[in-house]
Design a protein around this ligand. Sequence first.
Ligand SMILES: C[S@@+](CC[C@H](N)C(=O)[O-])C[C@H]1O[C@@H](n2cnc3c(N)ncnc32)[C@H](O)[C@@H]1O
Length: 301
Amino acid sequence: MDSNTFYHQSVLLHECINQLKIIPDGNYLDATFGGGGHSKEILKHLSPKGKLIVFDQDEDAKRNLPNDNRVTFIQENFRYAARFARLYRMKLDGVLADLGVSSYQFDTAERGFSIRFNAELDMRMDNRQSLTAAKILNTYSEKQLSTLFEQYGEVTNAKTLAKLITSLRTKMEFKTINEFKQAIDGLIYGNPQKYLAQVFQALRIEVNDELNALKEFLASISTSLNTNGRLCIITFHSLEDRLVKQWMKNESFEQSEMQLLTKPISKQLKQILKKPILPSEQEQKQNPRSRSAKLRVAEKI
Ligand SMILES: C[S@@+](CC[C@H](N)C(=O)[O-])C[C@H]1O[C@@H](n2cnc3c(N)ncnc32)[C@H](O)[C@@H]1O
């Protein structure tokens, strides 16, 4: 295993490369650099004239940068990717986003992403921002908390959980994962691992504003693509996948047909595959974290 594999094992690697249909002299953008596994594979298919812009809001990802003058690293949220492409006067032949956190982030205790460790309630991918999981638990209103647990974690007793958190707050401040887990222990519903994973997922999505970042990225990136340029997105949960699916199909995040009818028709994308590509059984066995992955692909018209 090389150091990048230790950082993160890339999911659906060859499927992404196939779908990107890489033009050797083309310009590509990897919106979620992480351990750099996808980028490394893209570079293998590029000529010396090809270019690759990579984004990651986590400065730790920078350590995985190859020494390669075709690559530009931007430590920013990918919601600004189209703006940067404009700034660099670059039209793109392909864009890849492999959403969520890396194994490195998840397995590094002090980042606070995992229920397996005790650490501060942090969960920031970008440690320059001030919002942390602790801040959410200590300052959000009962209504805000219950909405986020319900919408982002599909937590069954979201309202009761939010009520408990706000009432405990009058006597304590939430600082660490263990304190938080102990405080809500009496409310855990069903399988504790699953319950806590849902609560943590909700907090993580809120801390990193993940769904809004994804929406802004999807709504802006097509303008930076060349005709026939490909957009490949890997999602890991249904909230993300729904947004990607709706956008690639209708270029809208609305579900209601009425809203779709009132939308002007100026489509920039065509869906390449109706159904997402899933990891093979072999990949799922070899990398259990790939199990929930779905790759969706669209092409600029
Ligand atoms: C699943 S990992 C990507 C792994 C990578 N494809 C590889 O092969 O190693 C996701 C990475 O994207 C970054 N990330 C997630 N959301 C982001 C966003 N909105 N803007 C910038 N980076 C983001 C995370 O910090 C993380 O390093």
